[in-house]
Design a protein around this ligand. Structure first.
Ligand SMILES: *[C@@H]1O[C@H](CO)[C@@H](O)[C@H](O)[C@H]1NC(C)=O
Ligand SMILES: *[C@@H]1O[C@H](CO)[C@@H](O)[C@H](O)[C@H]1NC(C)=O
Length: 322
């Protein structure tokens, strides 16, 4: 009996230790993006002034572009649109593989900025919102800082006590349909005079690294700016086969399972990267006006093509660990 109790204790201890260790399963850079992702040329589900094109069109129009160590994804920045035209051409890509417990590191040099832009790097299950959505990088109209959010079906709450994270919780109910789709967000905390996690601030610092860790009992998101001295080596260089997330320090955002059964709220997820313009959040009157943006979002997008020159993602790569 004693021996059994001891070996159970040992295996619990062992599973705790190994819970935060992962092995590299994919290293996606440059042209690999075309193998690892597919293009979704659908009408924007968030009602934006945008037309998502298919893969051949994206490459023909240079809305996606790859070199050995670069993958660019952008909106069209040359076409003047009439109100009756379809929305500005842009791109939405979805990973071919699905993931449950995993860690992903996104090494980004630049993200879309400017009035009307609504870039996002996120993961989502097939049956929304019941299989969950995790927004890693998201924001609108260059408004800083980053806001990471989780959206689920009913009965998934976050504790009202503070979680061990550097960000500020903006809500505790994650249920999409009960929160007007706000979910349970975490606003990153950073120096307002030197923003680094989103939009122009992120770009001025040559971007950085976002990481998501998903287990059956927690979600964690970290962000390190390019010049941050505390970037873990295994994140910065990505050369090691294994990673140890328990040594990465306090995350920007954490979601725990105290009041949310993770396996029943999160299914297998695809990774999605997209650039919407206007729509439910970016084009929303208050969000748009608060950002100091002119006209209405639709008029601005139609008539100012050149401002979308800065509306692009530049990925150095994405690494997946399982
Ligand atoms: C396509 O886009 C890339 C990256 O923005 C740029 O370097 C390249 O010159 C563009 N190619 C053409 C033909 O415009
Ligand atoms: C918060 O997390 C960090 C890093 O994982 C850890 O070192 C620290 O002890 C934790 N603090 C609390 C109060 O749990």
């Amino acid at each position: 009996m004693k021996l059994l109790a001891f070996s159970i204790a040992l295996s619990i201890a062992a599973s705790r230790v190994f819970a935060a260790r992962y092995s590299k399963s994919a290293d996606i850079s440059g042209p690999d993006f075309y193998e690892a992702f597919h293009f979704e040329n659908l009408p924007d589900p968030t009602h934006g002034r945008v037309t998502y094109v298919d893969g051949p069109t994206a490459q023909r129009l240079n809305l996606t572009y790859a070199t050995q160590d670069t993958f660019i994804l952008r909106a069209d920045y040359t076409t003047y649109l009439k109100p009756s035209d379809p929305g500005r051409k842009s791109v939405r890509i979805v990973s071919n593989k699905q993931y449950t417990t995993f860690t992903a590191v996104f090494d980004m040099r630049h993200m879309p900025e400017g009035c009307g832009t609504w870039p996002a790097v996120w993961t989502v299950g097939a049956n929304w919102p019941n299989e969950g959505e995790i927004d890693i990088v998201e924001g609108v109209n260059s408004m800083m800082p980053n806001i990471a959010s989780v959206h689920t079906g009913s009965h998934c709450q976050m504790p009202s006590t503070s979680r061990n994270m550097t960000g500020d919780a903006s809500g505790t109910n994650c249920a999409a349909y009960e929160t007007d789709n706000a979910g349970c967000g975490v606003k990153f905390v950073e120096d307002v005079n030197d923003p680094i996690s989103f939009g122009p601030g992120f770009n001025t610092h040559q971007g950085g690294w976002y990481a998501l860790e998903r287990t059956n009992s927690y979600l964690k998101i970290w962000f390190w700016s390019r010049s941050d001295r505390a970037v873990p080596h295994e994140v910065k260089f990505g050369r090691t086969k294994t990673i140890h997330t328990e040594s990465w320090g306090v995350p920007a955002a954490v979601w725990t399972d105290d009041l949310c059964n993770f396996p029943s709220h999160f299914g297998p997820h695809n990774i999605v990267i997209n650039l919407a313009l206007c729509g439910d959040w970016a084009g929303n009157y208050w969000a748009y006006k608060q950002s100091g943006c002119p006209d209405t979002c639709e008029v601005f997008v139609n008539t100012n093509p050149a401002t979308f020159y800065a509306a692009y993602f530049d990925f150095a790569g994405i690494r997946i660990y399982t």
